[in-house]
Structures are given as C-alpha cells and as structure tokens.
Design a protein. Structure first.
Lengths: 161, 379
C-alpha cells in the first residue's frame, strides 16, 4: 500500500482521528486517539504493521511541545508508515507495549532522554542513564550539572571548537 | 553421637538472583544480566544496560553533519563501515543527492568485506562462549586479512571514518581489487574448514541445537532483525526487500534458518545463517569487483552540509540487523536531533523471552548467538 492508501484506510476506519502533516508523508495523531489508531494499525489485516522499527523522541525547541515519531514497517505487506504523536509537557502518551514489545525499551529510552511519560507502560524507568540521574538530557533547555555525586564535571569545551 | 542440626536458612530453596557481569567475558562487553534462577533453571532475566553510554545523540546536537561520522564509527565498533554507511545514506537522503557510480560500488565492496569481518568475530566468540577455543583463533586470523585490506584503504584497522556523507575519503589504493579477489579465493575454502571444525562438531551441536528457539512472530514483535531473525526463517533483508545503494544490481540469496540440526530458530540456526551469509557477501564482492566502473570519487556534495528543513528515516542492513537513523534538520549545518535505531538494542530485549526455562550455561549460548555489541546498544 502507498502512503495515500494507508491514510485513506485509517480515515475510513476511524474518521477524523488523524491528520497529515502538510508537505510530508507523516500521520499526526493526538495522544487521546493514539491507543485506538495504534490498535487499528496492528490488528487490521489490510495494513498489518507487525514491525515497529523505532520510536524517536524529539523536542520542538519551545520548552513545551514534545513528540514521539513511530516508524512502522509491515514485513508481510512490505509497506512503511511514520506516525507522530505530539504532546505538551505533562500530558501522557498511551503506551503501545501491549501491541509491540519493541516499544518497551524504546519508550523507556524516550522517557530517560526526553522525559516523555507513557501511560500503561509496565515498568517505566531509566534505561541508559543511572537511576539517580536528574533531568532529561536531550531536552533543549537541559543544563549540564556542575557536580555528579560530589565529582566536579569538567566544563572546558575548548577542544570542540 | 551428637545430633547435627541443619540451619534451614543456609539452604534456602527459594529463587536466587545471580548477577552476570558487568565485567564478564561472555557478555561481549559491559552488560549486566540479573538472572533469577530456580536451581540451575533460569526463571527470569533482566538485562541492565547503559554502562557504555557515551551520549552519542547528545553529542550530535553540537556537531556538524560531517563531524558526526567519527562518532558513528564508535557505535558498532565491529562493523564501523556499516554505521558510517547507514548514517551517510540517511544524510544523502535528506540532501537528495546522487552519488557517482564508482562511490556506490566501492561502498558495497567495503560494506560486504566488513560483514565478513564482523561475522567472523561473531562466530569465533560464539565458539569461545560454548567452550571451543580453536575456531576463535581461526576466525581472527581470517579477519586479520580483511583488516589488512582496510588498512591499505584508509590507514585504520578498527575505526575507519572512511565512508562520508557524499562519498568516501579516498579512492581505492592500487591493486586493491586484485588483493580483495585474492582474499576471497583464500577465504572460500576456509568456510568449509570452519564448518568442519565447529558447525558440524557433535559437542557444539549438542550445546546449540534446539536451545533458545525464537519463534518468528515473537522475533518480529520484539523488533529482532538481521541474522537473528532470519535464523527463525523470516525472509527479511533490507538489501532485498528495500534495496538501498545499488544492491538491486547484484545476484545473491538470503540464507534462512531451516532447522537442520533441530528446530527452526534455534541457536544453531542463528549461528549457521551467519556462516552462509559470508558466502553471499563473497558473491556480492566478486560481482561488484567485476563491474567496478572507472571514474572520480570526488565528493558529490559541497564541503559544508546544510540540508533543508525536514526529517528523514534512513534504513540499512548492518551485520547485526536493521540500523535506522532518524535525523531532524532545521536548516542549519548542525542537526536538531539524531536518533539511532540500534539493531542489537532490540535483539537483546528478546533475551529474557527466549532464555526463560533454560540452564544458566544455555543463556551464554543464546546471548552469543544474538551477536550483540554493547557500543551500539548503549550508544
């Protein structure tokens, strides 16, 4: 299926629940509709997205809006789809761990790095950083700590220039 | 005689939590496994990762597109060329540029040589994990020849910085093609010897056949890709399914697990798919060397990479599976966000599922057959 066909299919099954980002082949879904749309993508045999490749969290740079981009592929039908769920700080995104087990670690990573909250995740805790880490490093307003467990963090970045 | 009393608390019969790693030769890096055991039987495994986290994605926010390549090198340090190639393909997709044909051919030759080198380490260390020492030395000996070729190519043996967005850093050195073909002539019979030594060894088969079976639907659901998924008989290889670069020009097969020694998707199948893939890689290299066009490898894009505003998700079949680079550009020469989909990250997450109910010694075999590289998992 091409992108247009997939969008048309989603529109017939769940009218008005998703939109297309202008000029891009990306479907935008609000957090409130995401659990319904995700179930549809997984379980309907016509689209059959059995393989969730990646969840990429991103910060839009206004310290308020964060998003998660889901890249899907269907191994059976060989088509591809990107879905984005955007949320304001403090609102949760429904977890898709019950549909794709890949989401378990990817959502933990998005929480760890960007501070996205996933509702219904079985064990949402840090994965790459240590559990006592403060803040979410990939947010644009993240400030590097001066001390970590009493050890000063070197601030000289002249070797980068 | 005095009656002996046994302290019941010393011989507890409950579950025991065993820590394997972070420093353990069988974890292929700095990985910690919290293994819940009931006697010798594993009831639950929790992998604890992040010991090798080097903030790759945070670094990318401060570096220009071309400066990121040395960092991708260090992600999967056993298949650095694949990481560079994957990243370069994503950036080129974002820039929408055509590459000179010679560059594409050189990249394919190098990538397939790298696949052979990476699989040799995977097979050798897997033998080491289950107690076979000699195959490791043989595998490393043959890998050395590939590294010699790479050294002639770009001067480095492990972290190459060779494939760049827009091209490669140097043209092939003189006689490189002849030396590559010479290596392949040497290497083909070595695979047979390797099979005699390890693949068909009775002790090895006893340790690996029927162990840790990964059902195809479970593998897909957990996002397992690469040889680990093809061992379960799923015909999914990006080089065939979604051909990137010039892979559609070559004739090669995708080896699948067939359950020759036991069940489809067992540890032996995952191992043997890698052996067969080395033959296919050799096939691709021979074809690419024969068709290698003349020309200039001069870069197709300007020195300063400055893509338009937009996003891209680039996909690539590395030695360990489906690598993805999700890059968001805001029109500057520094990317807004780079996210790497690491294949070994997803492959490792399935360990807890398939190792349940097996002995602790089998966990080592199953982990070895998943072929993880911690540099890529932790980034």
């Amino acid at each position: 299926m091409t992108f247009a066909e997939i969008v048309k299919f989603i529109e017939t099954k769940a009218p008005g629940r998703s939109s297309i980002i202008e000029g891009k082949e990306v479907v935008l879904v609000s957090p409130a509709d995401w659990s319904e749309i995700s179930t549809l993508l997984k379980n309907e045999s016509e689209v059959d997205f059995d393989y969730l490749m990646c969840i990429s969290s991103y910060d839009k740079g206004d310290n308020k809006t964060f998003g998660a981009a889901y890249n899907f592929y269907s191994i059976k039908r060989q088509h591809y789809l990107e879905v984005r769920v955007e949320t304001e700080d403090g609102t949760t995104i429904p977890s898709v761990t019950n549909l794709w087990k890949t989401a378990d670690w990817h959502e933990r990573e998005a929480y760890d790095m960007m501070g996205l909250q996933f509702e219904g995740h079985p064990d949402l805790k840090r994965i790459l950083l240590s559990e006592d880490w403060e803040g979410y490093p990939l947010r644009k307003d993240y400030k590097e700590p001066d001390y970590y467990h009493g050890i000063p963090v070197p601030k000289d970045k002249s070797y980068w220039e | 005689m005095e009656e002996q009393t046994i302290d019941k608390t010393v011989f507890e019969t409950g579950e025991m939590v065993l820590n394997m790693g972070p420093q353990h030769p069988s974890t292929h890096g700095v990985l910690r496994l919290k293994i819940h055991t009931d006697g010798e039987i594993v009831s639950k495994i929790e992998p604890v990762i992040g010991y090798l986290h080097r903030c790759f994605e945070k670094h990318c926010e401060k570096l220009s597109y071309e400066q990121i390549v040395p960092f991708t090198d260090r992600c999967d340090y056993l298949a650095s060329m694949h990481m560079d190639h994957a990243y370069s393909i994503a950036v080129e997709k974002l820039l929408d540029v055509e590459l000179p044909e010679r560059v594409e051919y050189i990249r394919v030759i190098i990538a397939e040589l790298q696949r052979i080198a990476s699989h040799l380490v995977a097979l050798g260390t897997f033998g080491l994990d289950v107690g076979a020492i000699t195959p490791f030395t043989w595998a490393i000996r043959d890998r050395e020849r590939v590294l010699d070729l790479f050294e002639a190519l770009c001067g480095a043996r492990l972290l190459y910085n060779y494939i760049w967005p827009g091209g490669v850093s140097h043209d092939l050195p003189p006689k490189f093609v002849d030396r590559t073909l010479e290596f392949l002539d040497y290497f083909d019979p070595q695979i047979d010897e390797f099979n005699n030594l390890l693949s068909t060894n009775k002790i090895f088969i006893e340790r690996t056949a029927d162990v840790g079976v990964l059902p195809p639907e479970v593998g897909i659901n957990f996002g397992v890709t690469g040889p680990s998924l093809r061992g379960s008989g799923v015909d999914f290889d990006l080089r065939k399914n979604e051909p990137y670069s010039i892979y559609d020009k070559f004739d090669f097969d995708v080896p699948l697990g067939e359950g020759t020694m036991g069940t489809i998707g067992d540890t032996w199948d995952r191992y043997y798919v890698r052996v067969l893939e080395m033959r296919e890689s050799a096939k691709i290299i021979r074809q690419a060397c024969a068709q290698l066009p003349d020309g200039d490898v001069g870069e197709a894009i300007p020195k300063k990479v400055r893509p338009a505003v937009g996003e891209v998700y680039g996909r690539y079949e590395s030695a360990r599976g489906d690598v993805g680079f999700y890059i968001i550009s805001n029109g500057k020469n520094i990317p807004l966000r780079v996210k790497m989909r690491s294949p070994a990250f997803c492959n490792l997450s399935v360990l807890g599922e398939i190792a349940e109910g097996w002995m602790i010694s089998d966990v080592i075999a199953i982990l070895g057959s998943l072929d993880i590289v911690l540099g890529e998992i932790d980034r």
